[in-house]
Design a protein around this ligand. Structure first.
Ligand code: PDD
Length: 285
């Protein structure tokens, strides 16, 4: 049984208990992060913690751990769970109140929960080993604060389930103007004529750490042109390549959308270059 952390204590995951009055349980009132690690090395630790702190500030959860405290928690959890390939889940909810009442309570201590789960080897830039993702698409029906990494994920769960029920691996989302937003648990990119294009940061998408790292790596270390701008679903349908990115997937090539092949239906050459560059720099952040 893996070892988790709950409110100051390390203990076996199956022994961890929270109150049913915890606002994370009742309202999804909390912020979370997932940080990948390989053999005890964290990927994107700094930006992940920055995003967690920003999320807590946005929803006014007063929890003031600094980067060193978060780093210590991650390192202890990795060590206690064997320092393998581990996703580290961090979760701060507003805490357990004495009643169910919507307003933010005063004097309630936030709940801090963290655990690890096994993830695959780091993805490799090799077309013969990479998985080509098949995705569905649907209108993005989540709330208008998707930049907050809230634990209230029912909208994302329902969107993911649509793709899953259709035999696909993810669901990409578009807004009422037929513009790509992201996917249910990933950011989304297209490639057209060698240019990598992704929707801009706004309240419609999560500011993904893989997205941030990938854009920075492409700009610094490759000659690939990058654009952050509105992408229509028409452009998605006509794209040479489509990618989805997330912490555990890194840059994942999409080979079909709603059963229709992306480009030639094969994993693309720009993906290969991008994932290769990502691999070379994944531990820089
Ligand atoms: N999902 N968009 C959404 C809606 C997400 O949930 C995620 C991450 C991303 C990618 O963000 P990042 O590159 O920081 O992992 C984009 C996580 C991994 C999850 O919920 O499990």
């Amino acid at each position: 049984m893996s070892i988790c952390y709950l409110n100051g204590e390390y203990l076996p995951l199956d022994q961890a208990r929270i109150s049913p009055l915890d606002r994370g349980f009742l309202f999804g009132d909390g912020i979370y992060e997932v940080i990948p690690s390989y053999g005890g090395k964290l990927v994107g630790f700094g930006p992940h913690i920055d995003r967690m702190q920003e999320g807590m500030a946005l929803i006014e959860i007063g929890f003031d751990w600094d980067h060193a405290q978060w780093k210590d928690l991650c390192q202890q959890l990795m060590a206690k769970n064997g320092n393998g390939n581990l996703g580290i889940y961090l979760h701060v909810s507003r805490g357990a109140d004495t009643k169910r009442y919507h307003a933010y309570p005063e004097g309630v201590e936030p709940t801090l929960f963290a655990f690890t789960f096994e993830i695959a080897q780091p993805p490799v830039a090799d077309k013969s080993k990479a998985k080509g993702y098949k995705v569905s698409s649907t209108e993005d029906l989540r709330w208008r604060r998707c930049h907050i990494k809230s634990t209230a994920l029912l909208g994302n769960v329902m969107h993911f389930q649509k793709g899953y029920a259709e035999g696909n691996n993810e669901t990409i989302l578009y807004n009422a103007n037929n513009e790509l937003t992201e996917a249910s648990a990933c950011n989304a990119f297209i490639v057209k004529n060698g240019v990598v294009i992704t929707p801009p940061l706004d309240t419609q998408i999560l500011p993904g750490i893989t997205r941030l790292m990938l854009l920075d790596i492409l700009r610094k270390y490759t000659d690939i042109k990058v654009e952050e701008r509105v992408v229509t679903m028409k452009e998605v349908a006509a794209a040479d390549e489509v990618w989805i990115t997330s912490s555990s997937k890194e840059v994942a090539p999409v080979i079909s959308v709603d059963g229709k092949a992306v480009g030639t239906g094969q994993i693309g050459d720009v993906w290969l270059k991008a994932q290769k560059a990502f691999e070379a720099h994944r531990y820089d952040y």
